[in-house]
Design a protein around this ligand. Structure first.
Ligand SMILES: Cc1cc2nc3c(=O)[nH]c(=O)nc-3n(C[C@H](O)[C@H](O)[C@H](O)COP(=O)(O)OP(=O)(O)OC[C@H]3O[C@@H](n4cnc5c(N)ncnc54)[C@H](O)[C@@H]3O)c2cc1C
Length: 328
């Protein structure tokens, strides 16, 4: 007998949802066409509590960060792999405006408890983390393949509904013939990342000024990520590689590095830049879990928790992420 629930897509969203359903004892199958185009294969997995030129705390981070870390730590314990690395971010000021914004916000306490020591060059962000998304999705895939839950194929959601009560689309940038986003508009932005060979970096420190440098393994780091909306070009017409190499030089100072690889992926978000969870208003047996944008590692455990509460007790989705905010 087919399981009542089919998850379509086994990137970060589908994997965290599947794991959360499994923990709740809810039977499911999961289908994925392959990770070739998955953002989760490329995403750096950084959770940074303070981001952006305006130097703001990520929305909801005080609640979402402990929830996310608890989920990834529980996965580590269950699967016997390492997924979470505690990090600090050394954020450099771009200009006097940033210096002033930081000083004002720090004085009011609105960046607490994450803003650490500051000096003329920048400040420290405490409590950041790096989630190894590639290990997360490949570990889950191997396990779900072994227990017969995984279907390695492209799914047509409407056809799949003949066999399953609820089909939840975790399809990232793929819109499944317009079904994945229901009435919501999907905004796409391409991101590129370089892998560098570079030595002498502190393994627990992310360097950040516009772009970031993330140490990954001994002698290696990633620098990223560009952000190019559909139909736009990078500022000044520079290639992603040129733009990232310039940032790497600024952040790494006199350290020598070579570029070993370049990867790209597509982030998706909604018009209000927050994720989407819920049921399609025309076909309620179709569900959505998408729009994780640049903050998938922080947001996915929260959305998965809401899906489980919804399936077990009919709890409505939080209005901040519910599909209903885009339906008339
Ligand atoms: C360059 C870059 C850097 C990033 N850095 C960070 C970061 O530092 N921190 C962070 O939190 N986030 C980061 N992100 C964002 C993060 O990667 C995404 O939010 C997250 O990976 C999205 O996961 P997803 O599961 O929604 O989509 P995806 O990972 O794209 O997965 C979707 C999956 O669905 C499958 N699929 C689609 N349609 C079908 C179908 N019809 N049938 C079967 N399978 C299907 C695809 O094959 C794919 O495997 C970054 C993204 C990019 C591009």
């Amino acid at each position: 007998m087919p399981a009542p629930i089919l998850i379509v897509g086994q990137g970060l969203a589908g994997t965290v949802l599947g794991w959360t359903l499994e923990r709740a004892g809810i039977a499911f199958e999961i289908a994925d066409a392959g990770h070739a185009g998955a953002a989760s294969r490329v995403g750096a997995g950084i959770i940074n509590p303070i981001t952006g030129q305006r130097i703001v705390k990520s929305r909801g981070v005080d609640e979402l960060l402990p929830r996310a870390l608890a989920v990834y730590r529980a996965m580590e314990a269950q699967w016997g792999v390492s997924l979470v690395r505690a990090m600090r971010v050394r954020r450099f000021f771009n200009d006097d405006r940033e210096r002033r914004v930081f000083a004002e916000k720090n004085a009011t306490g609105e960046l607490a408890p994450y803003a650490g020591e500051a000096d003329a060059e920048g400040f420290w962000i405490e409590g950041a983390a790096r989630i190894d998304m590639a290990t997360l999705i490949t570990t889950a895939r191997t396990r779900w393949r072994a227990d017969g839950r995984l279907r390695e194929e492209r799914i047509e959601p409407l056809k799949a509904m003949a066999r399953h009560d609820t089909v939840i689309l975790c399809t990232g940038a793929e819109d499944c013939g317009g079904l994945a986003w229901g009435e919501a508009k999907c905004l796409r932005a391409t991101g590129e990342i370089l892998t560098l060979a570079v030595s002498g970096l502190a393994p627990e420190v992310i360097l950040n000024r516009g772009h970031w440098v993330l140490p990954t393994a001994e002698g290696f780091a990633k620098v990223g990520a560009t952000y190019t909306r559909e139909g736009e070009m990078l500022a000044g017409g520079a290639s992603a590689r040129e733009e990232l190499m310039l940032s790497a030089r600024r952040l790494l100072g006199t350290r020598a590095f070579t570029v070993e690889a370049q990867e790209s992926g597509v982030r998706v978000t909604s018009p209000d830049r927050y994720p989407l969870a819920g049921r399609n208003s025309c076909e309620p047996r179709l569900g959505i879990f998408n729009g994780l944008g640049s903050k998938g590692a922080l947001l996915a455990p929260w959305l998965a928790h809401q899906w489980v509460n919804h399936l077990t007790d009919g709890v409505p989705f939080d209005p901040a992420v519910a599909m209903t905010r885009f339906t008339r």
